[in-house]
Design a protein around this ligand. Sequence first.
Ligand code: PEP
Ligand code: MG
Length: 757
Amino acid sequence: MLDVLRRIVQEVGGAGDLEQALAIIVKRVKQAMAADVCSVYLADYSQRRHVLMATDGLNPAAVGHVSLAMGDGVVSVVAETAEPFNLDNAPDHPRYQFVAETGEEYYHGFLGVPIIHHRRVLGVLVVRQRQRRKFAEDEVAFLVTMAAQLAGAIAHAEASGGISRLSNSDSSLTAGTVLEGLAGAPGVGIGIAFVMYPPADLDAVPDRKPANVDAEIITLKAAVATVQAEIQALGERVGAHLRAEERALFDAYSLMLNSETLLNALVERIRAGNWASGSLRDTINEQARVFEQMDEPYLRERAQDVRDLGRRILVCLQSAGRRSPPPYPERTVLVGEEITATMLAEVPREKLVAVVSASGSRSSHVAILARALGVPSVVGATDLPAGRLEGHSLVVDGYRGRVYLDPSEAVRTEYIRLAREEAMLVAGLEGLKDLPAETPDGVRIPLYANSGLISDVAPSLTSGAEGIGLYRTEFPFMIRDRFPGEAEQQRIYRQVLESYAPRPVVLRTLDVGGDKPLSYFPIVEDNPFLGWRGIRITLDHPEIFLVQLRAMLRASVGLNNLRLLLPMVSQISEVDEAKLLIERAYHELLAGGENIAMPPLGVMVEVPSAVYQSEAIARRVDFLSIGSNDLTQYLLAVDRNNARVAGLYDALHPAVLRAIYQVIESGHRQGKPVGVCGEMAGDPVAAIVLLGMGVDHMSMSVASLPRVKWAIRNISCDKAKAILAEVLDMDDPLAVRDHVEKVLESAGLGGLVRAGK
Ligand code: PEP
Ligand code: MG
C-alpha cells in the first residue's frame, strides 16, 4: 500500500490543477482498493451543499452539478462527525439518500473519510462497492492518508477562487478573493503583484506575459541549444566510463531535447501568451506526467529525467534574464512562496509598496526587515496561489494579515481611507518626536531603534529614537557573497556609530544559522534552530569573531557610544569565552597603538536556560537584553517561521511574561539594566506590560516607535504595575491582550489598537 500511496502522491504532485489532481486520485484510489466507485465531494459552505467534484464509476456528467444538501446522505454523516464511516450496506442507514442523476446503481459497501485542513472539513472522499462489504482496517487507513494528502491541495485551490472555479474550466482567479495570512508589517500597500521565486524551481515559476513573443522564442531556443550542448559535452566526458545502457541515458536526453514535440509545445505556449519560463513549466509537467502514468517502473523513472532537463533549461533562461533588470511594476507588491530578506532587498525601495509571502510568520526575518523598511507585509499566507498572481492588482492589509485579489472599487476606496487615517495618526504623533518617553508619573524609558541596514539608519535618526538598541550585523553579511573583510565591516559599523553619536549603538555580534543562512557558508542541519547558530558559530570560529570584534572596536574610536551584545547564549561558559576573545581583540588593538575604550557588554536572553541563569549572566556583564522573538519560540516550542503554528506564537503568553519578569528582576538584583529588543517591545500592549515589570529600555522597529511612546506618555508607571498584577493572574494570551487593550481604549488611546482589528 505504501508504494501505491507514494506513487499516487507523486502523480498528484505533477498535476497541473486541482481538477486534474482529483481525477488522478479517484482513478488511482478506485484501482488500488479494487472498489467500484471512488468520488470526491467538496463542501460549499455558502450554498450549504456537498458538491460532487470528481468521480470514477459514477456518471462523469454529474461532476460539478450533483450535490447533497448538508445534513442529507451518509456523506453528510462523515462531514458532521469528521471521522471515517464504514458501512457494509449503506442503503440500510437512515440518512442514506439515493441520487439518480449520478447514474448510480445500488451500491452497498461504503467508506467515506473526511478531508480536513486546519481543523476544517473541506469535503469527503468516498469509495463504494456493489456487493456488501465492510472495508478492512488497512484500507480505511489508506483512504485517511490519501484524504490528508489531498487537503492541502484543495485548500490552496479554494483560496484561489473557491470550489465554483472547479466546476467550470475557467482557471482564472476570482476577483475579490480574500487571502488570509499573518500581519507581517503594518500598513496598507496597493499595487501590482510581481512574483519572485527561487532559482531552478520549475514549479515556482509564475505565469507572465511575454514582452515580445519573438524575442521570447529566440531566448528559449538559445536555452534549449545551450542545454543540448551541455548534455552532449557531459555525455562525451563521462561516456567512456559508462556501460552502453548508461550511455543510452545521455542519448535519450539528447533525443528529448531535439524532439520537435518539445520545441513545438513550448513555442505554441509562448504564442498563446505565456513567457518562456511559464511555457517551460507547463510543457515539462505535461511530458513528465505522461511518463509518471506508465506502469513500467523504468519508464516511470524517466519522468525525473524530463524534470531534470526542464530545470537545466530554466537555469539558462534565468541567467539570460539576469542580464536585464526584472520588469518591476511602478507599484510592486512582491509575492512569493518564500520571500527571503535578500529577495526583498533586491527590489528598488521606491517601487516596493508591499510584500506577501506564503511562508514565514510575524517574527521571521523577512517580516522584521519589512517592518524596518516600513513596507506593509503579509506573511504565512499558506494558501497563496503565488505562481498565478503575477500582474494582478492587490491590496495588502499589513495590519490584519489580509490580501485582496483584484479588489472592488469599494474595497480599494476603503483601504485608501484607512491608509490616510493611519498617515494622520502618524503625523499626529510626529509632535512626540522630540519629547521623551516618560510616563505621567515621571518614569523615563529610553526607546531605541532596531536596525540592520545602513538604509534604515536614516529613518531611525528622524524617528526620535534615543539610540540603536539592536543592530543585527548579520544583514550586511547576508546580502554579500562572502564574509565582509575587517575594513569593510569597520566602515559599515562606523557609519552607524557616527550617525548616532553620542547616543548609544548596540552592535550585536554575528547571529547567523537558524533562519538566517549565509549562501557562502552553508549549514545543513535537521534542526537548525537547535543547532549551530549565533554565538555557537562565532566561538567555534574565532577567526571570524575576532575580525568582527576588531572592526567594531576600531569603528568606535573617538565616539565611545559602542555597546556589544552577544546572541543565543545558552551556557555561562559561552559568556566567559566570548569575554576572553573580546579582551584579546581589545588588547591587540591597544598594543597596536589604537586609542580605544572598552565598550559595555550585554547578553541577549533569548533561550530558556539563560532565563534561569540570568542572574549569573548579569553578574558577568553590563546589561541584559531580552530577545523575545526567540525566547517565545523556545519557551513555547513554536517555530517562529512556521505559518502552521503561528496561531500559537504569542509573546503575551503567560509563560513568556513570567520568564521576562524573572529576567528583569534577576538583572536588577545585580544592579544591571535589562531591556527588551524583540518585536514585542514595538507592540503598545506588550510595552505597557513591560513598563509594569520595570524594564529599563526598549528597542523596536522605527515604525512602532511613535505608538509605543504615545502609550508610555499616557499610562503611569503605577497604572502599568496594576495592569501587570492583573495580567499575571491570567491563563491565556488573548485574555491578556484583551484586558490591556481595554485599558488603552478607556485611556483614550484607541488609535493604538484599532488598526490591528
Ligand atoms: C530576538 O530573538 O528577539 C531578537 C531580537 O533577535 P532576532 O530576531 O534577530 O533573532
Ligand atoms: Mg534572536
